[in-house]
Structures are given as C-alpha cells and as structure tokens.
Ligand binder design. Structure first.
Ligand SMILES: C[S@@+](CC[C@H](N)C(=O)[O-])C[C@H]1O[C@@H](n2cnc3c(N)ncnc32)[C@H](O)[C@@H]1O
Length: 491
C-alpha cells in the first residue's frame, strides 16, 4: 500500500502497472456459491482492491463467526464505501434490504452496479440498490430510497401471501364437513394475523431508517471520521437497536492510534463501542513496512447507537433536538415517557407488573402495567404497542388504548440525578385482551399480579415498600380516571 502511495525514484519493473488494470476476483460463499467481482483500475480512494476487511465483514454477515456476530437475515442495511460491493451483495442474497454506496464517481458506481447485476438475480435483485454517496452528506435521498424499496417489498410479500391464502381457501371449500367450532378458531387466527401484520408495520416506527451500517476498511482516511459518524447518526434507527459493524486492518501500523480516533468520536456521539474480535487473514501488501502481525489481522468492532429521545418542553412539545437517553437522565432534560394501566372494570382491579430483579432502578418492585421511553422517530401509540409486546407479549391495536392525561414530573434520585419526564398515561381495557397470553419477551418483567383498587389506594397511602414510589398528584389523577373508566369507554 505504501509503495503504491508514494511510487519510487527508480524506474518501475516491467508489468508494474499490471496491478493497476481492472481485475476480477472470485469469492466462494459459505454455501460454495461463487461471487465474481470486477474491481476498478487504480483509484485514488482505494476502491481497486477487495480488502481483507470486506472478506471478514462477509463472513460476519453469513453467520460464519457465530461467537462474534449472529449473521443477518432481513435487516435494512447501508454499506458505506462499498468498493467491489461483496458484503452488500452477500447481505442481499441473505434476504436483507440493502443500499450499497460508494463515492459518487461514475466509474465506481457503474462498477458496483455491474457487480450487483452479475451476482444477484430476482427476487433478491429488487432488494438491493446502488447509490453514489459521499460520507457526511444528507442521508435523506438514501432514506427515501429505502422507504420505496421496503414498500415495494411489503407489497410483493402481501401479494404472495394473498395467492397462498386463495389456494388455501379453495381447499377449504372442498372440506364441507367443517363444524362451527373450527370456523371460530379460524376467525381468531385471522384476527391474530391481522394484528401481526400491523405489528410488522408499526411496531418499529423507526422503520424508515437503517438497522445496520457496514464499514469495511474505511478508517484510513482520518479527516473523514467526523463525516462517517455524522452519516451513521443520521441514517440509523434511534430506538437503541441500530448498529454499525466496522472491520479494519491497520495497514500502516504506525497510524493505528489515528485510525482508532474514529471510535472516540463515535463514543462522544452516543455509540457504545465494543471490540468483538479479530480474524487472521494474512498480509495484503508484503512489500510494505510495519508490524506484520498487525497488517495480517482484521479487527472487528460492533457499535450500538444508544436510544435517542426527543427533547420536549414542560407541555410535552418537541423542541427539535434529540439527545441520547443517558444524557437526558444525566442532565435532567425534559423528555416523554408512556404509562399504560390495564384495568378490569368488571372486578374493579388493576394488573401490575413486578419489575425484574435485574433492573437497575427499583428491582423487584410492583409498578404500573407497562411503560417505557418514547424513542425519537417513534410515535407515541407505536411506542405503546412496542412496549406492550416486548414487556408483556401483547399484540394490540392502537385504537384499544385510551388516553387519560399527561403531566410533567420531576424525580430526584439519591445519586443526585434529576429525571424530568412528561408522563403520557393510557388505560387498556382488560376485556379486550383477556383471551391473549401474557409472555415476558424482553425479561424486564418478573410477574403480573391483580390488585383491587381499594387495596392499591391503601398501599400507596402507606408507601408500601413493595411498590415503586408514586407521586400523590399523579395517583389522584390516575385513580379518578380509573373510577370514571366506564365514562371513557362511552367516549
Ligand atoms: C479501502 S477501500 C474499502 C473498499 C471496501 N469496503 C472493501 O473493504 O473492499 C475505501 C472505500 O471507501 C470509498 N471512499 C473513500 N472516501 C470516501 C468518501 N469521502 N465518501 C464515500 N466513499 C469514500 C472508496 O471509494 C473505497 O471504495
């Protein structure tokens, strides 16, 4: 690499420029399928090699390095500086929706497009698009393209499903002996499927953002680190599930510290950085200088973008800024949270969750039915649906949630932290969900228990230590609303 960078004062040997011609490389996938890639002739941005980092990235995506990363199946993926495009191509073949980008230079983009078309056939071909993109630039064109691709994909999947359903219906007609009971069961299943569909569409309201960004061997260009982080922040989903996979070889070991500065910038922007391993791949440029071991390995990093929240004022109105959740708590910045209370008005009782003993705040105490933060990019009802599903395994429709009030509240903790939250409170009628099974999917909840309203009032009054502390004004509003529950139902 170094020799290519500086050339030399002596005449180049015969065939020296041969390595600067376009080349073709063949990559064998885990399933033995071959991917044939064309690489551009010498390019100042180093797009003319298939770098070891992208081979390791491809293994990660395929799930070959299970101890480090579980692989991908249907994530929305953005690859930056894709070069020959190997990881993008593999991700699309594995079923992901992929936008493969490189510097907007015609030669690079045409070559990337050629590689995609050569190796990916329908139906996967519709799930990968190539786009010119310079790091740090506006990500909206990429997000727009992703939205279009996902909508088309969903439409196709629904059409396929319809076809299968129709075939099944025909078969059903032939079976005349169906009894009433069986019909009822089918209707129930259909309802569940309908809700499941809604869940897929709405549960992840950060759905127009990327789940995963791939960066293979991009850290060499130190002046671009800020731009790379900026792109990741803008393009990734903000609900705490967005990730970046970075694979990097320090081809110039003496500049390793400078390469690694990228992670410091990422940490300051709300990324949790985890070095998940290394892979030995061998030296790419034997004639170069520097520690050989360092130049032979690919380092693998996983960066998770912390959940980000919208900054709001005391009326709960968004102020146009976002902050990592930890910063909102550390600095006492106003943000919104949702509270859901499940109420059985036929028995006058409320269903409370017992918080997992593993929770940092109030472990093992009884609390509301379900609650959580509202990630930036998610609307409130979508967040309610997601929390109900993740904490209690309940799939519900948005219309089943009854808004009762919202109020600002300041909580001071012993460690000096001040939490400034707008509580947005909903009731959920037990009658509408009583046939469903409660499952503790994310492990945040230990058990659910019914409490008669009368007993609950008493426990709050006595500040029973088995319950999370409750603000008297909040409680009064809540109990009032619950007592007037039937009025809400009539609305
Ligand atoms: C070292 S190559 C890595 C290529 C590929 N990821 C691999 O591992 O095989 C760096 C890639 O980043 C791209 N690149 C460099 N600077 C860029 C920038 N500012 N914006 C977008 N792409 C850039 C180059 O065109 C090139 O494809």
């Amino acid at each position: 690499m170094e020799s290519e960078l500086f050339g030399g004062i002596f005449p180049e040997p015969k065939n020296f420029y041969k390595e600067y011609e376009e080349t073709t490389v063949v990559h064998k996938r885990t399933n033995s399928d071959e991917i044939i890639l064309n690489l551009v002739s010498h390019h100042s941005l180093w797009a003319h090699h298939l770098w070891n980092a992208s081979l390791t990235m491809s293994s990660l995506l395929e799930g070959e390095l299970q101890d480090k990363f579980k692989g991908v199946t249907n994530e929305s993926i953005l690859e930056l500086g894709a070069g020959g495009g190997l990881p993008s191509i593999i991700a699309s073949l594995l079923g992901c929706t992929v936008i493969s980008t490189d510097y907007p230079d015609e030669v690079l983009i045409e070559n990337l497009e050629k590689n995609v078309k050569k190796n990916v056939k329908e139906p996967q071909l519709s799930n990968i698009k190539v786009h010119g993109y310079k790091w740090g630039e506006d990500v909206l064109p990429l997000l727009r393209l992703l939205k279009e691709m996902k909508q088309k994909r969903k439409k196709k999947e629904n059409e396929n499903k319809k076809e299968i359903d129709e075939k099944e219906k025909e078969k059903e007609k032939e079976q005349e002996n169906e009894n009433e009971n069986e019909k009822e069961q089918e209707q129930e299943q259909e309802q569940e499927q309908e809700i499941e569909k809604e869940k897929e569409e709405d549960l992840l309201n950060n759905k127009n953002k990327f789940d995963l960004i791939l960066m293979s061997d991009l850290l060499f260009n130190h002046v671009c680190h800020e731009d790379l982080v900026k792109t990741c922040l803008k393009a990734l989903r903000l609900d705490g599930k967005g990730k970046v996979l970075v694979t990097v070889t320090h081809h110039r070991p003496w500049l390793k510290e400078k390469d690694l500065k990228f992670f410091e910038i990422a940490k300051k922007s709300g990324f949790l950085v985890d070095k998940i391993g290394t892979e030995f791949r061998g030296i790419m440029f034997p004639k170069d200088l520097g520690d050989e071991q360092e130049r032979s390995i690919v380092n693998i990093y996983e960066m998770t973008l912390e959940e980000h929240l919208d900054v709001v004022n005391q009326e709960g109105i968004k102020q146009g800024q976002i902050v990592p959740r930890s910063v909102a708590h550390l600095k006492g910045i106003w943000h919104s949270v949702l509270h859901i209370w499940i109420y059985d008005y036929t028995k006058n009782q409320v269903l409370l969750q017992k918080r997992s003993v593993k929770k940092k705040v109030y472990p093992g105490l009884y609390d509301l039915s379900c609650g959580g933060h509202i990630s930036s990019g998610d609307d409130i009802l979508v967040s309610c649906k997601r929390e109900l599903y993740e904490e209690l395994g309940l799939l519900i429709k948005k219309s089943q949630l009854i808004p009762i009030f919202q109020m600002p509240m300041i909580t001071k903790y012993e460690n000096g932290l001040i939490d400034r939250e707008i509580k947005i409170v909903y009731l959920l009628n037990w009658e509408q969900i009583k046939n469903k099974t409660i499952k503790f999917i994310d492990g945040e909840v230990e058990e659910m228990k019914w409490f008669k309203l009368e007993d609950l009032k008493q426990k709050f009054k006595e500040s029973d230590p088995k319950f999370t502390p409750a603000d008297p004004e909040y409680l009064e509003k809540l109990l009032n609303s619950i007592e007037n529950f039937e009025k809400f139902l009539e609305k």
